[in-house]
Design a protein around this ligand. Sequence first.
Ligand code: MG
Length: 231
Amino acid sequence: MKNLLFFDLDDTLLDHAGAEARAQRETFSAFGELFGALSFGEWLGAYRQANVRLWTAYGRAEIGREELHRRRFADPLSSFGLDAGAAEEVGAAYLERYRRAWRLNDGAEELLAAAAELGEVGILSNGFRELQRAKIARFGLERWVRHVVLSEEVGAMKPARAIFDAAVRAACGEEGVDGRRKLYLGDHFETDVLGARAAGWFPVLYNPGRGALPAPVVHVARLTDAIPLLA
Ligand SMILES: [Mg+2]
C-alpha cells in the first residue's frame, strides 16, 4: 500500500504571496486616480488584513464567496475614505492580473515527481475551486497529482479534521488508511501543521523564510529538502 503524500498549494507549491503582491501593484498603478495619495504599502497591508479577516468569516460560513470577493476591496477602500463602489471593477482587474502572475516555487516539480515515485500524491487546499483547479492545470500538476481535495468541494476548511479525512477517503475509499503513512507539507503553522497533526497526519512545515516556530515541528526551507522525508 502506498503512502499518502499530500501538499498545500498556495505559498507551498505555488508562490501565491508573490503573485498577489505583483497583481496588487499592477492594479494599484492601473487605478491611480482611485487610490489617489495612498501609498502602495498602505494599500497592500490593508487589503491583506481585510482578506484574512474575511477568509476567517468565510471559513465560519458567516459570509459567502461573492461577499468575500467584493469586501476584500470594498472594506479597505472605505477605510481610507475612497470610493468603495469601484470594488467590483478593481477586484475583477486584480483577479485577471493575479492569474497571470502565478509561478511555482523552486523545487515544486522536482518534489512532486519524487513524491509520485514514492507514494500517492494529492493536493489539499483551502481556496476557490476554479482558481485552484486552474493553477493545477496551468502547471500540469496532474502529471503527478492523483487527488485534489479542496475546501469548497469538501465543505470544510483546514485546519478542520473533516478536510484531512476527506483526503484519506479520496485516496483509500471508505475502508480507510490501513496503516499507510500520511504526510502533509504546508507553509502555515496553524492550518497546515496543527490541522494535519490533529487529524493523524505527519506534518512538515515549509518555512522558506526560516521564521521562528511556535512549537517543534519538522520543517524545510527548500521544497527539495522535503524529498528525503517522503519515503
Ligand atoms: Mg499555504
